[in-house]
Each structure stands twice: as C-alpha cells, then as structure tokens.
Design a protein around this ligand. Structure first.
Ligand SMILES: Nc1ncnc2c1ncn2[C@@H]1O[C@H](COP(=O)(O)OP(=O)(O)OP(=O)(O)O)[C@@H](O)[C@H]1O
Length: 256
C-alpha cells in the first residue's frame, strides 16, 4: 500500500489554479523528488500534505486513512513532518535547544512542562539532551551544538532544521529545498544524510531546484508545471523527457 495517496487534488487561490486535479502515490520507504519551475505548485502541494492548506477538491490518504480533515498538529502526531523553504528555526536559541524542541512536536505538553520544572522533568531533560546530541552527531553538527542558530551559515541551518524534524520521529518527511544555500560538497553530504534517513524507514518527499541533489537522491521524480503533473519516472528517464526539458530542465534550473 502506498504511504501517501493524493487523489485528484486541486487547490484554487481566487482565480489561480495552483494544483489542477493531481494524482501522486508515494510508496513506503521511497525517496520522491518533486521538481518543476517557479510557481508550479510544489510548495502548495507540501502545504496540502502538511495540513497548512485545505484542498479545494480531492482526497488525501496516509497509510490508507483519510487525513484530509486533520489539523497540522494531528498530522505531526501521525508522523508527517516538514521543513520549510524559508528556514523556520528559533534564531536566538542554540542548535541544541532547537533540536530539543523537535522532540516536543509530537506531544502537546513538553516544553511548557519543562519550563514549569517538575521533578521528573530533570530526568526527562537529561534524556532529551542525550537524544538531541546523538542526532546532531548523526548530522555531523555536534561541534556547533551550543552556537546560536542565527549565527550559522544557511547550509548549517538547513542541517539543523532536518535534525529537528527527525527529532519528531517522522514516518513521512517533507523537505522543501533542503539544498538551498549549500555548496556542492554540502549538497553531496545532504544526499548521504537523506539516504541515511530513508534507510531508517522514513519515506521522503523532496522539493528541490538543485538538480545534482534531486537527481542523485530520488528513486522517482514527479514533475509539476502550472499545477499539473507533466511527467513521472526514474531520474534518468526524467532527464531524457522532452516535455520536462522544454518546460523546466532546459530553462536554467541548476545543472545536472
Ligand atoms: N497563499 C497563496 N495565495 C495566493 N496564491 C498563491 C498562494 N500560494 C501560492 N500561490 C500561487 O500558486 C501558484 C503555485 O505556487 P507555489 O508556491 O506552490 O509554487 P512552487 O512550485 O512552490 O514555486 P517555487 O519553486 O517558486 O517555490 C503560484 O502561482 C503562486 O503565486
């Protein structure tokens, strides 16, 4: 069974049809790339999956259950976790504290209880810190655990954001342009991290304009243009697809 099954999803903003009856199925354990020109509807689709937007039409199944009416928080509790195109970290907090916040994302109490300072909270706090540090180690950023996030490069901030998302124990991780602001070396490291995340059983959908990253990491790619899926297939087939080249790849997207 597909983990995500989006059936005939449409999203209209006034006169703008951002998504036009699109169908996408993503299998458990898959890394799915979602590419397309600016304004194609990629972020809108993420917002529909994550619960930020209610689709104008269509149904959305997660592991076979209809999640169309669930709130963002309910979807996070089910394991649907995202990162943002415009990084949304707490910039005045440290890397470690940002990642610790991720552990609370699936519960409604958490951070408040920590602030209240009940006795058990100290043990909980210690466990959280250990877990957060081991996540930072996995992403190779434990050295900057105590740095304030606002002082970091974009590349490091994006890694922190992914580490924080992983703290929420996702089943489906939505990555919105994770390579933006990264150099080639960081991009290739990102590819390794994304594969590592998948190898732990997490299904991933990645929106990305950096073709080196998305072509090397994705099992399958869906191409959106003006709100429609214009092609779907393995990276090699997508690179050789005439329509995709005419509408996107041939028009100055980051080189393969
Ligand atoms: N909240 C909104 N209100 C009105 N129009 C919107 C809104 N969000 C998106 N749109 C419009 O919907 C269309 C799809 O936008 P979307 O941001 O999903 O594209 P995208 O593929 O993510 O683009 P990019 O690669 O530039 O991020 C665009 O025409 C955009 O202007």
């Amino acid at each position: 069974m597909a983990l995500i099954q989006a059936n005939n999803i449409s999203k209209q903003f006034g006169g703008i049809a951002a998504l036009k009856s699109i169908n996408i199925e993503v299998e458990q354990g898959e890394i799915r790339g979602l590419i397309g020109p600016n304004g194609a509807g990629k972020t809108t689709f993420f917002n529909v999956l994550a619960g930020n937007y209610t689709p104008t039409a269509g149904t959305l199944l997660f592991a076979g259950s209809d999640i169309g009416k669930l709130s963002i928080h309910e979807r996070v509790s089910l394991g649907i976790v995202r990162t943002f195109q415009n990084i949304r970290l707490f910039s005045s907090m440290t890397v470690l504290d940002n990642v610790k916040m991720g552990y609370h994302a699936r519960t409604s109490s958490g951070w408040l209880a920590t602030a209240i300072g009940r006795r058990w909270v100290f043990d909980e706090e210690k466990r959280l810190k250990e877990n957060a540090i081991s996540l930072l180690e996995r992403f190779g950023i434990e050295r900057i655990a105590d740095e304030q996030v606002g002082n970091l490069s974009y590349g490091h901030q994006r890694r922190v954001e992914i580490a924080r998302a992983m703290a929420a124990k996702p089943k489906l991780l939505l990555l919105d342009e994770p390579a933006a602001g990264m150099n080639d070396t960081e991009g290739q490291e990102l590819v390794r991290h994304i594969r590592d995340i998948r190898d732990q059983g997490v299904t991933i959908i990645i929106v990305e304009h950096d073709m080196r990253v998305v072509m090397s990491v994705s099992d399958h790619i869906s191409v959106l243009a003006h709100g429609e899926i214009i092609a779907e297939g393995e990276p090699e087939a997508i690179q050789g697809n005439q329509r995709v080249n005419e509408e996107y790849l041939g028009k100055g997207s980051a080189a393969c």
